[in-house]
Write a protein that binds this ligand. Structure first.
Ligand code: ACO
Length: 138
């Protein structure tokens, strides 16, 4: 849960998708150092709901490996599209997702203002809007 909350500060939302989703973990020395949760959103659509790497292990390519594994799994399962969303303030996340092949498809304005009671700041920017990205698995 510590890892999952790095990516999503809402325990309620995390518990909701965790129960219904498929999770992958990255392990080092028997310790869980990364996590990725996928959730089916439609017959041919799956979403990466949560991706997080332990602070000590960030910047070593583990996040990228988890995303690439999730994309491979989704393709193997026959999904046609994979989606991911992140806050407008997540500069590093937006860089990573685009490096992994995702393209921006839209903006869910005020998503974080509507769904999170506490204000979230990242990189000195208030997190208010959800940037939606997707990629085709064909
Ligand atoms: N500008 C440009 N590129 C960047 C930046 C940046 N600010 N930050 C990261 N990158 C690039 C890296 O250079 C790297 O590119 P490369 O592979 O070409 O060298 C790439 O992003 C991936 O870096 P990794 O080392 O694989 O990423 P890491 O293991 O640190 O995991 C993650 C990334 C999961 C976002 C991690 O930093 C983390 O856990 N953050 C806190 C939780 C979080 O914000 N999760 C995402 C929320 S959204 C969601 O869950 C759907």
């Amino acid at each position: 849960m510590h890892l999952l909350l790095l990516a999503d500060p809402s325990t309620e939302l995390v518990e909701e998708y965790l129960g219904n989703g498929t999770s992958f973990v990255a392990v080092s020395d028997k310790r869980m150092i990364g996590v990725c949760v996928l959730l089916q959103k439609g017959p041919e659509l799956i979403e990466i709901m949560n991706i997080a790497v332990d602070e000590q292990y960030q910047g070593r390519g583990i996040g990228r490996q988890l995303i690439e594994h999730a994309i491979g799994h989704a393709r193997e399962q026959g999904y046609k599209t994979i989606e991911i969303g992140t806050g407008n303030s997540g500069i590093g996340q937006l860089a990573l997702y685009q490096k992994c092949g995702f393209r921006i498809t839209g903006v869910d304005r005020d998503f974080f203002n509507r769904n999170y009671s506490e204000a979230i700041y990242e990189n000195g920017i208030k997190c208010q809007d959800m940037i939606r990205l997707s990629q085709s698995l064909d």
